[in-house]
Every structure is written in C-alpha cells, then in structure tokens.
Design a protein around this ligand. Sequence first.
Ligand code: MG
Length: 389
Amino acid sequence: MKIISIESFILSDKLKESFYFSQWEYSERRICIVKITSDTGHVGWGEGYGPAGIVSAGIEHLTPFVLGKNPLETETIWSTMYRRTLDFARRGILVSALSAIDVALWDLKGKILEQPVHLMLGGKKRDKIIPYATGMYFSHCNGKLSETICKEAMQYVDLGYKAMKMKVGLSIEEDIENVKMVRKAIGPNINLMIDANHAYNLREAIYLSKAVEPYNIYWFEEPVSPEYYDQYSELRTKTIIPISGGECEYLIFGFQTLLKSQSVDIVQPDICSTGGLTEAKRIAVLASVYGVEVVPHTWGTGIAFSAAAHFISNLDCLPGRIKNPVCYIEHDRTENRLRDELTSSDMIFKDGEIIISDAPGLGVALNEDALHKYAMSYNAASSNGRQTI
Ligand code: MG
C-alpha cells in the first residue's frame, strides 16, 4: 500500500463584514488544505493553521519524503518530515505544513482501516464534548460596541451554548465595560472566557484580571506575549482566573518550556500547527505529567474541527472520578463560508453538546463544488510529476 498523490489547495473568501481583534483586522478567510490519495483509492484531508501560501510551500517541500510511503505508518512518516524540517524551522510555519500532512494521513488511515480517528488514537473516553462559541470580536459597528457584542452573546445563549469566549485587548477600560455587559446579559450560568491575543504587558494583564474577577471568568487566554514565560507564571500568582495559552507553541519541545515554567493552567495546542494529531497526542501526555488541562485551539474549516473533536474525545481526564469533568472544544462562530460550505459531517450539535462521530477517519465529507468555488491556487504532485495552477 502506498501514497500516490499529494494535492494542496489554497482557498480564499472575502468577508461580507470585516472584524478585528487586538492584533489586526480580518477582511478575508484564507486557508491551505491538503488531499492525500493512496493506491487503494482512499483519500485523506488535512489543513494547516497559518499563512496559507507558506503552508502550501511547506507541503510542496515535504511531498517528496511522503510520496510512495505506506499511509498506515503515520508515526514513521512524521519522523521523516520532522527530520527534514528540523534544521530550518524547529518551530513555526513549516511545522504547520507537517501538521496538515499528518492530519490528512490520520484521516486516510481511518478510511483505509474503516475506523474513526478516535479509535486509532486509543479509544473514545467520552461520547459528547461541550463546544464553546468563539466570537465577540471587535467590529466597526454603528453604535456602542458593548451592545453589539452583547447581542451576539445572546445569540449563542439562544443556540444552546453553555460556554463562550470573547475578545479583550482593545483597551483596559473598554475591555472591563464589555466583559461586565456580557456577563450581565448572559447571566451567571454560562461559562465565559476572555482572550487578549497577547495584547498586554504584565502590569496591564494583572490590572485587567483583577478588574474582571468579579465576573467569574473561566479562563484568561494569552494575556501577555507568548515569549514571556516568566510573566505568565507571575500573573498566575496574582489572579484567581485560570490562565491559558499555547496556540503559538510548536511540538512537545515548545510545550515543555510552557509547562516547565508553570506558565498556564490550560494548554491550547493547535492540532493543525503544533505537529498534527501525532504530536498533539504526545503533548497531551506531557501535559498530564504536569497535571495541566488540554483544550486545543481550533480554527479553520471542518477538517480542523473534526480533528480536534476526535482528539478531545480521546483525552485522559486526570484525576479520574465517577463524574467526569467537562471537556471543551473551541467552536469558531465568526463569518467563515469556507468552514460552513467546504465540509459536512455527522457530528451533531444538540442541547449544547457535540456528539462525536464514529464514521471512518475524521468523518468529514468534502464538498467538491465549494472546493472549486473557493480555490485560488492548486499544487499537485504524484508519481507522474507535478502540476501547479
Ligand atoms: Mg486565542
């Protein structure tokens, strides 16, 4: 059995309404997805998190080391790809390219063996996980921003979400006002997380966390720059709010630094950039050694969401107890037609929970019409050669 072709697509869609967070504005969605085909006629899909053009170039770089290999040997192929990137990019976007291929290989392996990814990871430890709505970004709205954000929060409540995450990082004063208003709107029974995308220095992050503590914040994500591990650990001693981070970390080595420095209460690896499902599984083991929770960062299309769902359903909950703690999955709700149209899956969202699919592989079906509608470039390599459009 062997891999006979690797195709990458860069998909793009202009947003109807742009939105922004503490770092920059989004007016377009762009993503690189990868399709891997075996000589058995099976197909696996993966995606990379990060600038799509660079991810695509990374996939092109890795392709010769993956073509012709046995698709069931996900770990062996991972090691080859890692060795081929280590000298040039121990962290960063080349690892995203590796991740995209790894996720596609897990999907492909599942389809060949007719088993869901969660089973191949070692088994499903829960049938249902709790999605938290990610949204409440900043927008150029008419009127008061806090009112627009509260309206959006209430839509999530009406849809049955039990948890949601809002952006902070605009300014301390505006953040406090927005958090206060959202908590008032959604009431006390919905978990509320905040995410600054590392907008603040330590002094500001301490001030903001103290100011929003009365609003029962479930976690404070990326309060300061991911470079400042010591500041993360100091902030943890200054607030009762759990601190989370890790979406900018790569491989077990990045997470070892984060965990060793006692920077976070919750680690948030992105499966599509941190090294794929193969490495995410190792990161989860490493986090368990430190007794730290794992809630993956999840962005992009249904491929990334499904990879995260399978991974989370397999996560160990430590310490164990009869009534297991809730396991969350990030559910991006911002405008994204690539996410909404590209895939369909039988993962059901019901009563504020996602029911995990038992379909083979990642359990997503690709909509070829949407793929061609949004594809802006295409790169393919097979035993017959290379084609770029
Ligand atoms: Mg984040």
